[in-house]
Design a protein around this ligand. Structure first.
Ligand SMILES: [Fe+2]
Ligand SMILES: [Fe+2]
Length: 326
């Protein structure tokens, strides 16, 4: 039910309440993939809607058609209403409002619409709002969609990557946090109780759980069948240098400096957007400290001081529109 707040606070959660996914920080790095695999099994109904999976499987998500999208939308009235609202935000339509999705389909790019529909469906996982310590689903959603929009602006302005796909990747970069809440809210509450300006979430997770939301997010996104750049963004948004330098994964992933360049583009755009949105008060838990991205990120995107100023001016305008994507 919309607007219903389910509030849980777990400050000072006793360790014995935290269940089997709490591990000691001494857990070996090599065991992380196994643990992530077992966490994935515990996700239950935290899946992607059948229609969304079909849109991805059939290629509508990549602009290869629109049959699966049309079938899905004809079957989901609530999704249609949300999608039409989103299509009429200034991010997608600055002219007369579309009166129907059919009208929007006639104007908007099919691939863009399919991707937006997948995100509109994922939005359902953030409703109703729920609080666990300083984590709120609604704040996480605002952060996620703001990072998506900011990353797309960075992509468009710098000419790096596919802005539409980077919007999706940015919007799902922290999906591992929502999955973590689904699996064990007590453990998430314990993490959140320790997060502060000097202790970013992913570092506390590694210390307390032995894994972080980036690893879990990558597993979720791959399980949902989303493309490689979306998975890499989920995994490396706190460590973009690993993708940019080609030292990511098991070292056998080929040209990690990014194949044709698009993987590094997506990770760099989202890492910078994540930093900037967090500093601007659109963080995972409100205003949040994240370290400034390293020089290779700026160098990869070809951003100097002048371009940075232009980017941030555009960002504040876009964030106003993003508030409407709910
Ligand atoms: Fe994150
Ligand atoms: Fe984030």
């Amino acid at each position: 039910m919309y607007g219903k707040i389910e509030s849980i606070r777990f400050r000072a959660t006793p360790m014995f309440f935290l269940g089997p996914i709490m591990t000691t920080p001494t857990a070996s790095i090599a065991s992380v993939p196994l643990r992530i695999e077992s966490l994935l099994q515990q996700l239950g109904d935290f899946g992607l809607a059948a229609g969304a999976r079909e849109v991805i499987r059939c290629g509508d998500f990549d602009g290869k058609g629109n049959r699966a999208l049309a079938d899905w939308l004809s079957d989901d009235r609530e999704l249609c209403q949300r999608l039409l609202r989103w299509c009429n935000t200034p991010l997608y339509n600055l002219a007369r409002p579309f009166r129907s999705l059919e009208e929007a389909c006639g104007v908007m790019d099919g691939c863009e619409l399919a991707r937006l529909a997948v995100l509109a469906s994922v939005r359902g996982h953030f409703l109703p709002d729920r609080q666990v310590d300083q984590y709120h689903r609604e704040t996480l959603w605002s952060h996620s969609i703001a990072v998506g929009a900011a990353a797309a602006i960075i992509s468009r302005t710098t000419g790096c990557g596919d802005p539409s796909l980077i919007f999706v990747a940015g919007s799902l970069h922290d999906i591992g946090l929502r999955a973590s809440e689904q699996i064990n809210p007590q453990a998430l509450g314990a993490v959140m109780s320790l997060v502060d300006e000097l202790s970013p979430i992913h570092e506390v997770e590694r210390e307390l759980l032995g894994w972080d939301h980036a690893c879990l997010g990558e597993a979720v996104v791959r399980h949902w069948g989303l493309p490689e750049p979306v998975a890499l963004v989920a995994r490396y948004h706190h460590e973009p240098e690993q993708v940019l330098s080609g030292t990511w994964g098991d070292g056998a992933s080929g040209d990690g400096a990014s194949g044709d360049g698009t993987w590094g583009d997506a990770v760099a755009c989202v890492a910078l957007a994540n930093y900037r949105c967090s500093r601007a008060g659109w963080g995972t838990v409100g205003r949040q400290y994240l370290p400034t991205p390293s020089q290779p990120v700026f160098a990869h995107l070809g951003i100097d001081q002048g371009l940075l100023r232009v980017l941030w001016q555009q960002l504040y305008v876009a964030l106003e529109s993003v508030k409407l994507l709910r």
